[in-house]
Design a protein around this ligand. Structure first.
Ligand SMILES: Cc1cc2nc3c(=O)[nH]c(=O)nc-3n(C[C@H](O)[C@H](O)[C@H](O)COP(=O)(O)OP(=O)(O)OC[C@H]3O[C@@H](n4cnc5c(N)ncnc54)[C@H](O)[C@@H]3O)c2cc1C
Length: 433
């Protein structure tokens, strides 16, 4: 399939090979349509395990899977590595860095990016974690700072290098702060004999009065108790005001001197330009109707994290989780075929399968329908679900082996500084520090 549309079957162009885009394209297998997927990465990322890459617990490659490999046996599918810059609805085309591409139906499945709420200083100095590169940046940055802490003779600087702050107490923040505490408790003294556990501090800062606010009260209380037991200091009901690379100021007057701030406090839709302003709602998401059609357009759709299907039942839209993306993608495939065949469409209904979050080894929380449980069984369930959801047999095996090794040795093997993170330019640098 060429990027220039050929006459014949209707062409569906999908921007984004995340959970939403992949599941939509798979459901269009053997249907009389041309499917063209564009993504700025040539792989699909399993974001729920990014924090384990950041902490050196698993290999980076094991949470990515090449898009072309997923669709080897799908004849009506083509992929191009491309970043889409603009949508041109009046011409039914999109403009990407590889050229202009025509569509009959366009599906925006571009996901979400980190929201720094317009604060440029925070954006510059804190570390986000939305993709594999950013997770690897965190890994390098954290390990570089520990190496600096080993050699510095300035006690104040050593304290700042060994103070870790995670901002945002959702699942990502809870998992990241738990993993940092685990590293302090189990790995630090073994690998860095001159540093001691008491020197490393882990803070979690969350604006809501609880952590894991979107989960049940049981889950959030168990997560908080678990983190406190592991030695994480939690600030609830407060907001970060500023961070200049050294001092983190919180709105209750607290100032934390730290060189390590990880930002997991918010997300916003990521999308190319070109849609009219009225179609964008809070969280910079695209307003869609009950069949994921973008409001005001006939042949443009949005699915997954970038979309907002606001209903009376769900005034904030479908939760920004893998299940929402998978289900909207699969359902849209059916509706696109209905539209193409001139049949009535079927409104989307979200099936909430539950939520899981891990706090550390042997500790997780789970809300499955009306059941709430935590501890070892929730942890086993968390591992099983994540392992099964990973794409590719070799990825599953690689993660399983890393987890087994971590369980048995109480240590992790992927703590490599492959590329230095340059703290001035905030970019990775193959040669200098
Ligand atoms: C750290 C982290 C932990 C998470 N943990 C969980 C969890 O435990 N459980 C859970 O259910 N959910 C979790 N989520 C949320 C879940 O990963 C998302 O809800 C899901 O990935 C959304 O799928 P999507 O297809 O909408 O977007 P994504 O998976 O983000 O995919 C979007 C794709 O679009 C591509 N793209 C973006 N812009 C362009 C462009 N202009 N041109 C070309 N390509 C573009 C991107 O490269 C990407 O491949 C987590 C997310 C993060 C970041």
């Amino acid at each position: 399939m060429d990027i220039n549309k050929t006459a014949g079957m209707p062409r569906i162009v999908i921007i984004g090979g995340g959970f939403a885009g992949i599941n939509l394209a798979k459901k269009l297998k053997n249907k009389p349509v041309e499917v063209l997927m564009l993504d700025k990465h040539n792989y699909h990322t399993f974001q729920p395990l990014l924090y384990q890459v950041a902490m050196g617990a698993i290999e980076a490659d094991s949470i990515g899977f090449p898009v072309r490999r997923i669709f080897t046996n799908q004849k009506n599918f083509a992929f191009n590595l491309a970043e889409v810059k603009t949508i041109n609805p009046e011409k039914n085309t999109i403009t990407a860095d590889i050229g202009e591409i025509a569509y009959d139906y366009l599906v925006i499945a571009t996901g979400a990016n980190t929201n720094f709420f317009g604060n440029k200083e925070i954006e510059h100095y804190t570390m986000p974690m939305k993709n594999i590169s950013e997770a690897l940046n965190i890994r390098s940055f954290m390990l570089q700072n520990l190496e600096k802490a080993v050699v510095t003779t300035d006690q104040k600087e050593k304290d700042a290098l060994m103070t870790f702050v995670v901002v945002g107490g959702g699942p990502t923040g809870v998992e990241l702060s738990g993993a940092l505490a685990e590293m302090r408790n189990k790995v630090l003294c073994k690998d860095y004999p001159s540093l001691c556990e008491e020197d490393m501090r882990v803070y979690l800062v969350e604006g809501k009065p609880v952590v894991l606010g979107a989960m049940s009260a049981t889950a959030s209380a168990a997560a908080k108790a678990g983190l406190l037991k592991m030695g994480v200091t939690i600030y609830n009901g407060v907001h970060v005001q500023s961070y200049n690379g050294c001092e983190l100021k919180i709105d209750d007057g607290t100032v934390i001197e730290t060189r390590n701030v990880f930002w997991a406090a918010g997300v916003m839709g990521e999308m190319p330009e070109g849609l009219t302003n009225g179609t964008i709602t809070n969280g910079k998401r695209i307003l869609v109707d009950e069949i994921n059609r973008v409001q005001g357009y006939q042949n443009i759709f949005a699915i997954g994290d970038v979309s907002a299907m606001i209903t009376t039942e769900r005034p904030n839209g479908i939760p920004g989780m893998a299940q929402g993306a998978i289900q909207t993608g699969q359902h849209l495939a059916k509706n696109l075929m209905h539209i193409i065949n001139g049949e009535p469409t079927v409104p989307f209904k979200y099936w909430d399968k539950g939520s899981l979050a891990t706090i550390g080894q042997n500790k997780a929380v789970a809300d499955i329908w009306k059941l709430h449980f935590h501890g070892f069984f929730a942890w086993l369930l968390w591992m099983f679900v994540h392992l099964m959801s990973l794409m590719g047999f070799s990825n599953k095996l690689s993660v399983l082996v890393s987890w087994a090794s971590k369980y048995l040795t109480r240590n992790t093997d992927n703590r490599l500084i492959v590329r230095f993170f340059n703290t001035e330019t905030r970019m990775t640098d193959p040669v200098s520090k």
